[in-house]
Design a protein around this ligand. Structure first.
Ligand SMILES: Nc1ncnc2c1ncn2[C@@H]1O[C@H](COP(=O)(O)OP(=O)(O)OP(=O)(O)O)[C@@H](O)[C@H]1O
Ligand SMILES: [Mg+2]
Length: 379
């Protein structure tokens, strides 16, 4: 059973892209009604008509719809009263003061974390290829390798460079890897010995550094390659990036589903919505004309149905994936139309549909400008 409190916690993940805060703390949620599996949410916008309206409405609908036990969602929007605007202004001002503390990830950036219950199911291969394919489609994409010890993205993207700090801002500048802004511990560590030093570092601290001290710039998407399983990193992520959403990767093997469900459950308990499931290592098409289902059949669809989320796509086992990753040439960059590359390109398109990029056009441009306009606005 969904409760009003559950819905409110979920709404804390919806951000006003301009003011940076979430719609609950900004006092924009006027009411929440839960009747069985139907939820109605009232939202007060600063100004009745603005381009952000669609984004806030869509985010609200998507997030609430993704909650287990919710079938329909109605979102009603109204314009704020003078009193509501005054409340919003004080919260927004406080946030503007605190924003030096916040992460360097823009509130308009869509954050998609790629997770799984088991290791070795293809999270990193998918993160890298999806990041590259979305970048090829013209979006500004970052890739954060949150597998602090087990990093593999630099090798997969063929990066030799090391991370350096911007002399002016002192922030770390991501490395450009095939059109994607990449940050990974693998871009800091020189030798196995330095790798050992990093083991002493708290994982969540390393992630925090990557979010607060990296010059991410204006990105449309930040893809996060998670380490396997549930744990510190996932928790730290929801705390620091409330806009993060999760994609769960699984193999078609039915027995793998129980472990995958655990990750999804953890995501939900920390109010991170699940965008959908990607099945990897599905049937291998053979020249002999048959498909070999090495890891079984149907696990992805089953997990998606269990979680009540879409199956975003299914990637076949494909001999092109392994050398592509080893040689730093992700399959989606190769000319050859390999089956995995085709599936990943479709997954990229589907992800952009499911998690559309934030509207670039905003009502008034900058926070300061918004605040002034609100102040001048008649009751
Ligand atoms: N569709 C595929 N076809 C063939 N090989 C694949 C496919 N997907 C991934 N692989 C291979 O499987 C291995 C594991 O993939 P990857 O490192 O991406 O998994 P992971 O989930 O990130 O692992 P870890 O949990 O260790 O981080 C790699 O060698 C990769 O090249
Ligand atoms: Mg990995």
């Amino acid at each position: 059973m969904v409760t009003r409190d559950d819905v409110i916690r979920t709404l804390e993940g919806v951000r006003d892209p301009e003011l940076g805060g979430n719609i609950v703390e900004l006092g924009m949620v006027t009411d929440v009604d839960v009747a069985g599996t139907s939820v109605e949410v009232g939202i007060a916008l600063t100004i009745a008509e603005c381009p952000l309206r669609n984004q806030i409405e869509n985010d609200t609908r998507r997030r609430v719809e993704a909650m287990p036990g919710v079938d329909d969602v109605a979102v009603r929007t109204t314009a704020m009263t003078r009193k509501q605007r005054a409340g919003l202004m004080s919260v927004a001002r406080a946030r503007a003061r605190e924003s030096a503390e916040a992460t360097q990830v823009s509130p308009t950036t869509r954050v998609i974390a790629i997770g799984s219950g088991k290791g070795g199911v293809g999270k990193s291969s998918i993160s890298v290829n999806v990041a590259v394919t979305i970048a090829q489609a013209g979006f500004r994409v970052g890739l954060l390798d949150a597998d602090i010890w087990g990093f593999s993205t630099p090798r997969m993207l063929g990066v030799e460079d090391r991370l350096e700090a911007d002399p002016d801002t002192k922030l770390i500048v991501p490395v450009d890897a095939q059109g994607v802004k990449l940050v990974s511990t693998g871009l800091i560590i020189e030798t196995e010995e330095t790798a050992l030093m990093w083991r002493g570092l708290m994982l969540s601290k390393a992630l925090e550094q990557f979010l607060k001290q990296v010059e991410w710039g204006d990105l449309d998407y930040l893809i996060i390659d998670l380490p396997p399983g549930t744990g510190d990193i996932q928790m730290a992520l929801t705390r620091m990036l409330p806009q993060a959403e999760m994609v769960v990767v699984t193999t078609p093997q039915r027995a793998a589903q129980k472990v995958a469900v655990r990750v999804a459950d953890m995501a939900r308990r920390s109010h991170m919505p699940i965008v959908g499931v990607i099945e990897n290592m599905a049937g291998l098409a053979c020249d002999c004309g048959r498909a070999h289902h090495v890891f079984g059949v149907g696990g992805g669809a089953e997990l998606a149905a269990d979680l009540g989320v879409p199956l975003i796509g299914s990637i076949p086992l494909d001999p092109e994936v392994v050398p592509g990753g080893d040689l730093g040439m992700p399959v989606v960059t190769s000319e050859a139309r390999s089956p995995a590359a085709n599936a990943i390109r479709e997954i990229g398109d589907r992800l952009v549909e499911l998690v559309p990029p934030a509207e670039l056009e905003t009502c008034t441009g900058r926070i300061a400008k918004i605040l002034t306009e609100l102040e001048e606005m008649p009751a």
